[in-house]
Design a protein. Sequence first.
Length: 194
Amino acid sequence: MDRYVTGAVIRRLREKKKLTQEELADKLFVSSKAISKWETGQGFPDISLIEPLAAALDISVIELLSGEDITNLNRSFNMLKGKFYVCPVCGNVITASGDTVVSCCGITLPPCEPEEAEGEHSIKVEKIEDEYYVTVDHPMTKEHYISFLAAVSDQGMQLTKLYPEGDAGTRFRTRCVRYVYAYCNHHGLFRCHI
Ligand SMILES: [Fe+2]
């Protein structure tokens, strides 16, 4: 099988945690020589060590697999910097208020990078009383459709899941909305500024 972690990642995370090879070895009940071999690519930790290794390095298994430890610097919550993650396997939509490591169906998901909404992904926003009526003039076939619409303010997010053969439209409360997003299952995430 593929290696789930490289020697360079083990060394970097071990040194960041200020552990010696001996100290890490003790935590895992292996020899310090084994750690040295892993870090120099001459050996590889058994898959059964994945959880103990992550615990010893004080990170999650997902962070270990991605080779990075994520420090949440986004302590002042700001949804305008929010991220969308979409699983290509099951279509799950996950939102976060900042950078994170997200995994679904066994895949680590990259955050969607929004493009300016234009062409067939243009987002039309009409204000009707205290709501925005949001539509996208886009196919809604099983193969190619808008799978969700979202409205983001600095306070929070409204998200509507859409389905093939349905309408590519929804209503959002207008309050403080700054961006509207549309996600096409083929072309990715599009955004327009209100
Ligand atoms: Fe599309």
